[in-house]
Design a protein around this ligand. Structure first.
Ligand SMILES: NC(=O)c1ccc[n+]([C@@H]2O[C@H](COP(=O)([O-])OP(=O)(O)OC[C@H]3O[C@@H](n4cnc5c(N)ncnc54)[C@H](O)[C@@H]3O)[C@@H](O)[C@H]2O)c1
Length: 272
């Protein structure tokens, strides 16, 4: 009987390697974080800097971005004020990032707005448009601009978008417009993964459940909060750092064969 030859990738022994730390492969890689001054965004910036990456931290001008600028190490972190709704400026934003930090390896689009209305009858056309514009439209156009830059560089890359638990639940009452924008992010992410896969670019979304950030507490009342806690098997909100570490994983070499996925980071609230 003949046996097939072992391929190089088939392990033939235990290899103990010092380079498989959680941020494996991110040293000096350039990552743009859009929505960097928020609860999860600032945790992502911190986690990426800890992993040795060079970070472009992008958000709206304001006190939160000023605080980020004051605390970030200048030589490895460029803090840039930019309204992501201005999609015509996405190409020049990427050029600015590459000019100051180097070729783009990763994009994390974490920016979003949530308008929790008491009921569907309270949702206005402006609510629908603004949430779609920031959460979905800007995510598509910035991902496409990043994809073009990564293809130009020819070294592959990583794109991470932000969905939500709400994409599966449909949201609560008047947050249906937000939920719909996040459902769109999941579909868009799958489509971009199929488009960019042949270029070695992975595209995944992270779908948090309930995270202790300013967004979570927006329009939240105690009864709703207690009801949510009862549905989370882990019995608590996530800390922003617990979501940031998933983003670092997706950007790292550890996740080189994951694409088109939506990662469930809901403490067991969702079971897909
Ligand atoms: N906090 C939660 O419980 C939760 C749950 C599920 C999903 N998410 C998702 O996680 C991501 C991060 O949420 P968070 O809780 O950190 O929210 P956050 O409100 O703390 O941060 C969002 C950031 O996006 C920025 N932003 C909004 N509009 C922008 C624009 N036009 N241009 C540039 N920046 C803009 C804001 O300034 C803010 O810094 C979002 O996509 C959100 O939908 C959060």
């Amino acid at each position: 009987m003949t046996s097939l030859p072992l391929r190089d990738s088939v392990p033939t022994g235990v290899a103990v390697s010092a380079d498989r730390d959680p941020g494996w492969g991110l040293e000096d890689r350039v990552v743009l974080v859009a929505g960097a001054a928020g609860g999860i965004g600032s945790a992502v910036v911190g986690a990426l800097l800890s992993a040795g990456a060079r970070v472009a931290a992008v958000d709206l001008a304001g006190p939160a971005l000023d605080r980020l600028r004051a605390s970030a190490p200048g030589e490895r972190c460029a803090v840039i004020a930019h309204d992501l709704v201005e999609i015509e400026a996405h190409g020049s934003l990427i050029d600015t990032v590459e000019g100051s930090l180097g070729p783009l390896w990763g994009l994390v689009h974490v920016a979003a707005i949530l308008r929790r209305r008491p009921s569907v009858d309270d949702v206005t056309a402006d609510d629908w448009d603004r949430q779609s514009e920031v959460n979905l439209r800007s995510a598509f156009f910035l991902s496409r601009a990043a994809g073009r830059a990564m293809i130009r560089t020819g070294r592959g890359g990583r794109i991470v978008t932000f969905a939500s638990n709400a994409a599966w639940t449909g949201g609560l009452q008047g947050s249906v417009a937000y939920a719909a924008s996040k459902g769109g992010v999941v579909s868009m992410t799958r489509g971009l993964a199929r488009t960019y896969g042949p270029h070695g670019i992975t595209v995944n979304s992270v779908a948090p459940g309930e995270v202790d950030t300013p967004m979570f507490w927006e329009g939240m009342d105690d009864a709703t909060y207690q009801g949510m806690l009862r549905q989370i098997p882990l019995g608590r909100l996530a800390r922003p750092q617990e979501v940031a570490s998933v983003v670092v994983f997706l950007l790292s070499e550890h996740a080189s064969y994951i694409t088109a996925a939506a990662l469930n980071v809901s403490g067991g609230f969702q079971t897909y």
